[in-house]
Ligand binder design. Structure first.
Ligand SMILES: [Zn+2]
Length: 352
């Protein structure tokens, strides 16, 4: 069986499970099975579905779909739309946070003007944080909103050196902000995008080598590594570069990429991986701690750190195969996942 190591159950705070509305790409059943295969016990789903999760009715629809299909713990973000600030108190009780899109992304869900942004900051009651897709000038804009409102804000998929530097300064000054980075921004750059074609088409885009180095230099300011798992059907990603939808799948490759390119290279040890992929996400999003039952940890990810494998498109549990890491040789993989003390992944097989 070889040696194994135990991590607190991993949490991915940023996934797109596409339900309701685009279940040809993914759904709660397939996306959470992919999460288990990647070693995660908990995922937080984004609201840019069809229709978007901006009303209590659609949130209830998504919750029912999750209850029926999900194989691991799931939280669902409410989305900020152009005219739903008055609904936020009703949305807050059953969602893990409010997602505000300030910059270009997949789908039409977006806040474009300052009065709407302010209205959402004023209306959101918590307890979940406000999560933002903010790039470039939107980062200092949101930091100003944090200072003015006192709201807790989580920055999604930070990709540029200057953005992470600003967030690091804000943290040092005591502002209640957290941030995540995604494996594709840690391990790929714009040069890879040229090779990858549509599979390298992301929002935020793959950045310069200097930006990537910036993320690595300031990694100790990063709270979470989150995948931004963005499944798309093969025929959709086969469109020309300019027309193809954004994003890469990530649930089934993130842990192994981190094991291969951060732990095995000596950049950081497994305890820091547990910070970025288990403890940090729980703290940043205000999620419950891992459960302890009968003297043992009940939410657990058991890793086989020596397992060698190659990312192949026919081996994904996800419905979609649009990985930017196809062909990558990786070392380390989730072997078992326990949720509440029960096996959900056993010897690499989803068993729930
Ligand atoms: Zn996303």
């Amino acid at each position: 069986m070889g040696s194994s190591l135990r991590l607190p159950g991993l949490v991915d705070v940023h996934v797109h499970l596409r339900e309701p509305g685009q279940t040809h790409k993914e759904d709660f059943a397939s996306g959470t099975a992919a999460a288990l295969a990647g070693g995660f016990t908990t995922v937080l789903a984004m609201p840019n579905t069809q229709p978007p999760i901006t009303t209590p009715r659609v949130l209830e629809l998504a919750r029912q779909a999750a209850q029926a299909g999900a194989r691991c713990d799931v939280g669902i973000f409410a989305g900020a739309g152009p005219d739903n600030a008055s609904l936020l108190p009703a949305l807050a009780a059953h969602s893990c946070g409010l997602k505000i899109y300030l910059d270009a992304t997949f789908g039409p869900l977006r806040v474009n003007d300052l009065p709407t942004l302010v209205a959402h900051f004023n209306a959101w009651p918590g307890p979940g944080p406000i999560a933002v897709h903010a790039e470039e000038n939107s980062v200092p804009l949101v930091l100003g909103m944090v200072a003015a409102s006192g709201q807790r804000v989580h920055f999604c998929h930070i990709s540029r050196r200057v953005e992470l530097e600003l967030i690091a300064r804000a943290k040092e000054r005591g502002l209640p902000v957290t941030c995540e980075v995604s494996p594709h921004h840690l391990f790929l750059t714009g040069e890879d995008a040229a090779r990858l074609g549509a599979y390298g088409q992301m929002r935020p885009p793959l950045q310069t080598g200097d930006d990537r180095e910036g993320l690595w230099e300031l990694l100790h300011y990063v709270d979470c590594i989150a995948t931004d798992h963005a499944p798309h059907a093969t025929h959709e990603k086969a469109l020309e570069f300019e027309l193809a939808p954004f994003g890469t799948t990530g649930l089934e490759t993130a842990l192994a990429l981190v094991a291969t390119r951060i732990v095995a290279t000596g950049v950081a040890g497994w305890s820091r991986v547990a910070d970025w992929m288990a403890r940090g996400p729980r703290a940043a999003l205000g999620l419950p701690e891992v459960r302890i039952e009968a003297g043992g940890v009940a939410d657990l990810t058991i890793v086989d750190p020596a397992k060698e494998w190659v990312v192949a498109s026919d081996a994904f549990v996800s419905k979609s195969r649009n990985s930017a890491f196809l062909g990558a040789k990786l070392t380390g993989r989730a072997r078992d996942v326990l949720i509440g003390g029960y096996f959900a992944l056993q010897d690499g097989k989803v068993v729930v």
